[in-house]
Design a protein around this ligand. Structure first.
Ligand SMILES: [Zn+2]
Length: 158
């Protein structure tokens, strides 16, 4: 059982907000990101520990094994992604794909933190999931200074 990628076999409850199926050209990248998220869950113990500390308490492994969670595409939103907090729908935007596959992966793990109850607004836990997944440096978090060569951005809240 795995989290599912919408390739036209799912109608999101947020379809009218732009949560739609991935076009052919992005499917391989999206599958790579999902595979890599599984790799992180298996090989970076800090990731599961971090996700278990979130409000809904599910590990990254548990989230990735939940086939009720759908990854949708969003063609126009100005940010990288979005998710229903404690829900089952998330979206990754064209903007994330334009930057590249590591940004797609970072967006996936960020949005999964929201699915696990991480709040938006001024809260920084969703983006700290990116750090816990090994895609940033603790020094970025400590200083608040972004290293543009890592996907983690300490300046991102919500
Ligand atoms: Zn967020």
């Amino acid at each position: 059982m795995t989290i599912q990628i919408n390739i036209g076999d799912h109608t999101s409850s947020l379809q009218s907000e732009g949560y739609i199926a991935f076009p052919e050209r992005h499917r391989e990248t999206m599958r790579w990101a999902r595979r890599h998220a599984f790799w992180i869950a298996r090989n970076k113990p800090a990731a599961n520990v971090f996700y278990r500390s979130l409000p809904d308490g599910r590990s990254l492994s548990e989230l990735l094994a939940d086939r009720s969670i759908w990854i949708n595409y969003h063609p126009t939103m100005p940010h990288f992604g979005e998710a229903v907090i404690s829900g089952t729908e998330l979206a990754i935007s064209e903007r994330a794909f334009k930057i590249g596959r590591w940004t797609v992966l970072a967006t996936l793990v960020h949005e999964l933190a929201h699915i696990d109850g991480a709040p938006g607004g001024a809260d920084r836990r969703a983006e700290e999931a990116v750090l816990a997944c090994g895609m940033g440096y603790q020094s970025e978090r400590r200083t608040g200074r972004d290293d543009p060569f890592t996907p983690y951005n300490p300046g991102i809240s919500g």
